[in-house]
Design a protein around this ligand. Structure first.
Ligand code: ZN
Length: 220
C-alpha cells in the first residue's frame, strides 16, 4: 500500500490535533522508510519482477527487520518511546496514537501484499494479495486516504483559500501518483525504488505540514 497509509495519519490528526501532521505522515510510513534505508544498505532484499502481482512489480523476498509482524510491533514501540518527549506529543496516550499509526502500516500492507510479510524473522509469510486485483487495490487506497482526509477536513476549518482547496487537491494528486505507481513503468532498480520512496515520503510530509498550517483545529 502507498497513499492509503496516510488515511490513519489524518484520522489521528483529527483526534489529536496537537500532534504535528508531518510526524504522523512519517509515522505511517516509518517501516517503509526503514525498508528503503536497509535496501540501500543491502540488508533487506527486493528484486523487480514485472507481473509478480498485477499492479506491483516488487518481489519483496527478504524484509524481516521492517515488515515482519514482530518488527512492526517493535517499530511502533520504539516510536512511542522516541516521540514521547517531542513537542506536540508529551504524554504517553499521545505517543500511543503515534505507535498505532506506525503499526497501521503493517495491517494495511497485509491487505494488499502477496504473502511476503513474515510473522517473525523471515518465516510464516502472509498477505491477502489484493495487489492482484488492481481495481480493488486502487479503490482501497482511495477509500483509506479519502476516509481519513474527510474526517480531518470535517474536524478542521480553512483559514484561507489554500486551506480550503489545498488539502482536497493534495488528496487527488496523491491518488494520481498512486495510479502512476500502479500502471506506469516499473522502477529501474531496487535502489531506485528505495530512493523514490524516501523522496516521496519526505515531500508528502512537508506538503501535508504546510497545508495543515492553512487550517485551524480550534472551535470548528
Ligand atoms: Zn510497507
Amino acid at each position: 500500500m502507498f497513499v492509503g497509509h496516510y488515511g490513519p495519519s489524518f484520522v489521528v490528526k483529527a483526534i489529536r490535533p496537537a500532534i504535528p501532521l508531518w510526524l504522523l505522515f512519517i509515522a505511517v510510513q516509518l517501516v517503509d522508510v526503514a525498508w528503503a534505508v536497509l535496501v540501500l544498505l543491502g540488508i533487506e532484499k527486493v528484486r523487480i519482477v514485472p507481473g509478480i502481482t498485477a499492479s506491483n512489480p516488487l518481489d519483496l523476498y527478504y524484509m524481516p527487520y521492517t515488515h515482519s509482524l514482530v518488527a512492526g510491533g517493535l517499530w511502533a514501540m520504539a516510536a512511542i518511546v522516541f516521540c514521547k518527549s517531542l513537542p506536540g506529543v508529551r504524554t504517553w496516550p499521545a505517543a500511543a496514537w503515534i505507535g498505532l499509526a506506525v503499526f497501521s502500516h503493517w495491517v494495511l500492507d497485509w491487505l494488499v501484499h502477496r504473502p511476503d510479510l513474515p510473522l517473525y524473522d523471515d518465516t510464516m509469510k502472509v498477505g491477502l494479495g489484493i495487489w492482484n486485483y488492481p481495481a480493488i487495490a486502487l479503490s482501497l487506497e482511495a477509500l483509506f486516504l479519502f476516509g481519513g482526509l474527510i474526517m480531518y477536513l470535517r474536524r478542521t476549518k480553512a483559514i484561507n483559500a489554500i486551506g480550503r482547496f489545498g488539502a482536497p487537491a493534495f488528496g487527488i494528486l496523491m491518488l494520481a501518483i498512486q495510479c502512476y505507481v500502479f500502471f506506469g513503468p516499473p522502477p529501474t532498480s531496487p535502489g531506485a525504488a528505495a530512493i523514490t520512496a524516501l523522496v516521496s515520503y519526505a515531500i508528502f510530509a512537508a506538503v501535508a505540514q504546510w497545508l495543515d498550517r492553512q487550517r485551524t483545529h480550534a472551535a470548528v
